[in-house]
Design a protein around this ligand. Structure first.
Ligand SMILES: C[S@@+](CC[C@H](N)C(=O)[O-])C[C@H]1O[C@@H](n2cnc3c(N)ncnc32)[C@H](O)[C@@H]1O
Length: 321
């Protein structure tokens, strides 16, 4: 076992604001298990979370959303360890584009880390990821960086062109070999471009973004099943839901059956939302009523006067099927 100090990245403070320590502790505790002590330490302006961990866990710790660097205590001195996160693709694919309504990149990374810890898989390249409200593909591009196969659904038909431009730009700048394909689910073009998709493949991974209403996810995805559903839900402020109400609960109710059907047995759903609207218990109820089991993860953080972002994790446990 190693005595480690994980240096908190300044970038994470911009993601989790004043609640950075609590959110970082929640992410680390989820990965390590609740029985593993996590302590906070400040040295000058540098803030750390200290934990004891096995050497084999170092690459996983390097992928945590708040981690800037990993140090080991050796004779009471902190020694930096040369551990890399080893992601695919340049980080610009995820961090490069800035657009209205973009989900914070580190929050998205945390959602994936929490989800991956909650499922069983042999190789990460086996893991299928779905973001059923994917916007301009922040989650899906992160999924590709992790090496997963990613798919997303977005109601805004303009998203496909924006995603293509963004990904083309970074592929050119970073000389990333890639392929694009596009088409319609079912082969035929449709009114309002429903079912229109683009697929981007690079570095042995791929993502597909499909235009359409997530309430029809099963048909848009041809009943494909996923290990992980990860999404940042509409906040009702910048992101209107389909029926233009501020509370996304109605649209989630419309989507719940198809989302649950799209999960594999033992698959996990990780959702970020504004817990002022809907309330956490109301959001959980939408999915527990469909038979999912709520897991004990929470990481509330105040983003603005009207938004306290939180996270729920739900599992399709075999007992609940
Ligand atoms: C918070 S944003 C997600 C942003 C995304 N993670 C990103 O970084 O680009 C929520 C998205 O849900 C989409 N959305 C809302 N209702 C939907 C529905 N019924 N079907 C598909 N997409 C929907 C909105 O258009 C919006 O892009």
């Amino acid at each position: 076992m190693k005595n480690l100090a994980l240096l908190i990245s300044p970038r994470a403070k911009g993601a989790y604001f004043n609640d950075i320590i609590e959110v970082a502790t929640a992410e680390l505790t989820w990965i390590m298990g609740a029985d593993q002590a996590v302590t906070y330490k400040k040295i000058g302006p540098m803030e750390f979370l200290e934990v004891e961990a096995d050497k084999a866990l170092l690459p996983t710790l390097a992928r945590l959303s708040f981690v800037y660097g990993i140090f080991e205590y050796q004779n009471e001195q902190l020694t930096p360890l040369p551990v890399e996160a080893n992601f695919n693709l340049h980080e610009d694919f995820v961090f490069g584009a800035k657009f209205k309504g973009k989900t914070n990149e580190l929050l998205t990374q945390l959602l994936l880390n929490v989800g991956l810890k909650s499922i069983e898989y042999r190789k990460i390249s086996d893991v299928k990821l779905l973001d059923p409200m994917c916007g301009r593909a922040t989650t899906l591009l992160w999924g590709m960086r992790y090496g997963m196969k990613a798919k997303g659904i977005e109601q805004d038909a303009k998203a496909l062109a924006d995603i293509r431009l963004n990904v083309k730009k970074w592929s050119k700048i970073h000389r990333q070999k890639h392929q694009f394909s596009d088409g319609f689910v079912g082969g035929k073009s449709t009114k309002g471009n429903k079912g229109k998709f683009i697929e981007f493949s690079a570095a042995d991974t791929s993502m597909r973004v499909i235009t359409g209403d997530s309430a029809t996810a099963c048909s848009l995805l041809k009943d494909e099943k996923f290990h992980l559903i990860v999404s940042d839900l509409p906040y009702g402020i910048q992101h209107f839901t389909t029926d233009k109400t501020r509370n996304p609960i109605a649209v989630l109710r419309a989507c719940a059956t198809d989302w649950c059907d799209s999960l594999k047995p033992e698959g996990v759903m990780v959702l970020a939302f504004n817990r002022n609207i809907p309330r956490r218990k109301d959001l959980l109820a939408v999915f527990t009523e469909q038979g999912l089991e709520a897991l004990d993860f929470t990481a509330p953080h105040q983003m603005s006067e009207s938004i306290v972002r939180d996270i729920v994790v739900l599992k399709k446990t075999i007992d609940h099927l």
